[in-house]
Design a protein around this ligand. Sequence first.
Ligand code: ATP
Ligand code: MG
Length: 559
Amino acid sequence: MNEIKTEAVNFIQKIIDKDNASGKWDNRVHTRFPPEPNGYLHIGHAKSICLNFGLAEKNNGKCNLRFDDTNPVKEEEEYIQSIIDDVKWLGFDWEDRLFYASDYFDQMHDFAVQLIQDGNAYVCDLTGDEIRETRGTLNEPGTESPFRNRSVDENLDFFNRMMKGEFGNGEKVLRAKIDMSNPNLNMRDPVLYRILHASHHRTGDKWCIYPMYDWAHGLEDSIEQITHSICTLEFEDHRPLYDWYLDQLGVYHPHQIEFARLNLNFTIMSKRKLKQLVDENHVEGWDDPRMPTISGLRRRGYTPESIRNFVEDVGVTKRDSIIDVIRLENALREDLNKRAPRVMGVLNPLKVVITNYPDGETEMLEAINNPEDPSAGKREIPFSREIFIEKSDFMEDPPRKFFRLGPGREVRLRYAYFITCHDLIKNGNGEIVELRCTYDPETKGGSAPDGRKVKGTLHWVSVPHAVNAEIRLYDRLFLNENPDKGGEFLQNLNSESCKTLSNSKLEPSLTDPENCTYQFERNGYFIKDEKDSNRGKLVFNRAVSLRDSWAKFLKQIGK
Ligand code: ATP
Ligand code: MG
């Protein structure tokens, strides 16, 4: 495991330090990551995970994993399992603290009864539309519900009958009795419970009333004795409501702290839209390597360390901003540069016959596994009379600045010899299908005893030893920096976001089952696609190209 960068002290840590100094929570730090299991986690969630688990880790505290499953929806099991896998994969541990909000339904119900008894909640017969219409606006107060002044007994009776299933969906709700003219719309008698005759993945048919998010969320944190309840900025306006509930009930009261969510350009982070991409087959699934989901990033070749370093690098603030996705890609480059063995893989092969090399002979040449990591050692690669080079490394009529191969030109084959091209063979369509070269046996290892220099060094693979592979080259899923531009994100999809090469040739070490992430020299970082590879077929996904685009970005911003 590579180390995670040391973090700068963020504003939340400063709050924790202050709390510890004053003994506010008896030096406890207890956070939680509370996903709603209605989709796969994405890179934005990774930020929340790293923040919550990271703060707990750093402060000798605890972090719970809590499924916020107050909404009965289908297919939750798949999402729950994927979330568990993703948080673990990122390297975090909730120990025995895996919770479900639905486990608290009884307690939440009892709290609601307490509010009713205290005259702080009432059963309302207005429809959803009527409630919205009477809520008022930012400039105008709302109007009080005609059911607002029901007696405690009447409310208790109705609430009980709601729970017993006497009413249909939407016929009645339980509302908090706060203030219809409060400048904060969230305080205008919000709904606590709605009737929904639907079974829940954990509680089955026990309930036909389900708590609203705003009612449930603060209670969950309170029940779990969370100290620092960290959430994204859009909940700032909901805080007074959470405070009100907890104060009325007189229960344990966590400190809610809001931070700016992660936004990335060229990237969609709404679960609803990601689900649409999956459901409408614009991608191959939640784990499609082009998806910003954690499972997609994993399949793309991202490492947990690269994601954690990226999140660290981006930092935690209270200001909304859009981060350049290049920073995410660069975090991966930095990490893989340290750990990925270098190998040779020819994506678009062109055959080269070395006419003066003995037919049928194979020699083993020494190659360095990772110049960034001497402990990675060396390996041997086979060389023979026939090799593949990259099509793009040859030009029949090259310009002067083209330092690769051309008729009469000499180049170095990485770890092997100098070769000179003498002839080329074309097929009926005029395409070049084979080159004829000679090699200089004196240049073994890549330098000439007479001191002559060559400018180009090409990667190559021996024909009889080559491993066939399918290579997938990915580009951004969206063409526009802001995928929502123009209102319809699907219209900004990049139709060429995945290019498949079916005839690539790799050096034989690539069949090593122990490793799956490599740098293909000059071509980028690649990961074996475990899902689509099998005995007969190796598939590699390009995780990220080499430095080019990052260097360009740095130049752009003047560094
Ligand atoms: P949706 O996209 O459906 O509104 P969500 O992204 O809020 O859902 P949750 O499952 O509620 O999904 O998120 C779990 C936690 O992850 C929440 O605490 C939320 O604040 C945090 N989170 C979600 N998106 C981001 C983001 N882009 N950046 C940082 N944190 C995020
Ligand atoms: Mg949410």
